[in-house]
Design a protein around this ligand. Sequence first.
Ligand SMILES: NC(=O)c1ccc[n+]([C@@H]2O[C@H](COP(=O)([O-])OP(=O)(O)OC[C@H]3O[C@@H](n4cnc5c(N)ncnc54)[C@H](OP(=O)(O)O)[C@@H]3O)[C@@H](O)[C@H]2O)c1
Length: 330
Amino acid sequence: MSYRSVKLIKRPTLEITEDVFNIVTQDIPTPKEGEVLVKLSHLSLDPAMRGWMSPDENSYIPPVKLGDTMRASGIGEVVESNNEKFPVGSRVMGLMGLTEYAISDGNGLNMIPKELPAEAILSVIALPGITAYHGVFEVLKPEAGQTLIVTAAAGSVGSLVGQMAKNLGLTVVGVAGSDDKCQWLTKELGFDHAINYKDADFVEQLTNATRNGIDLFFENTGGAAQGPIFDRMNPHGRIAVCGLIADYQKEEASPGPSWIGIIKRRLSIQGFTMPDHFHRIPEYGQALGAMLGKGELQYRTHVIEGIESATSGINLLFEGKNTGKLIVKL
Ligand SMILES: NC(=O)c1ccc[n+]([C@@H]2O[C@H](COP(=O)([O-])OP(=O)(O)OC[C@H]3O[C@@H](n4cnc5c(N)ncnc54)[C@H](OP(=O)(O)O)[C@@H]3O)[C@@H](O)[C@H]2O)c1
């Protein structure tokens, strides 16, 4: 019996072209002592994968080596086991790569409940949820009555950030790249305002939506919206720098706002990456599961099918064409 996996064979120059990947077919391996064989059912496509393809050794996680299976997280079932912690039939999640089958020694593998749909786990309990949760509760530390703005607001992380802040009694403004996405935020998720950053009068709309200024800024994109948002920050405001997707495929990063403004408005700006906080997954997972159970968090998914769809499908994230958590169903 054979299976397919996606190997990274070339580093992208700027955009992710399909020739950076090679889909190989191999015989399904047999797990050794201490190992398990996992049959993957769902893979997660995330903007961070663009960074993992770059040769930068000075990041929070080493680059994927050329010739290796492309790193990605996924959900699957243990189908053969030589590891008593993960018996046959266990449902597991971990960074197993863009592959139909994976061998694991159990390191970094988490057991997940069988009753929750895979889509709910990948959209809420996995990376998007723990990122939103950490950024909101540990970095921004919101208080009722404050105004929070979030970019890539209709995306996996951003949509959860806004809903968490609404549930805490904040005024929430979302910034997204289409009118449909903005409508989903205000009509379905209860955001107070949603602004399309591509509109010519973006700055005017932003001013109108943030009459009392902005206390908390959850930054997912960078790009042209960043400067005008920064200019509306209130004294002692806080900025959580989670992602800068507008820069991931650029030769040079965009210039940020002047540091003078940080002093004048006594701002706190903190970057964070989740691998530093993976030890808190059980705690965050429990909190997110409870929110989901109480109906406090809605999510939507954008599902593409088959391992071969991953190699071009990842670009949906950078084109703004994903409408929800981008998932590959195997
Ligand atoms: N720090 C961490 O540990 C961590 C963990 C997870 C994610 N992140 C970051 O969080 C951000 C959101 O990730 P996600 O998984 O939730 O993805 P997502 O928001 O579901 O999808 C990415 C979205 O980014 C927007 N976008 C793409 N190019 C853009 C551009 N040039 N300017 C402005 N917006 C652009 C698009 O939405 P529009 O249609 O609205 O443009 C696109 O749908 C990313 O920057 C990611 O790297 C960080």
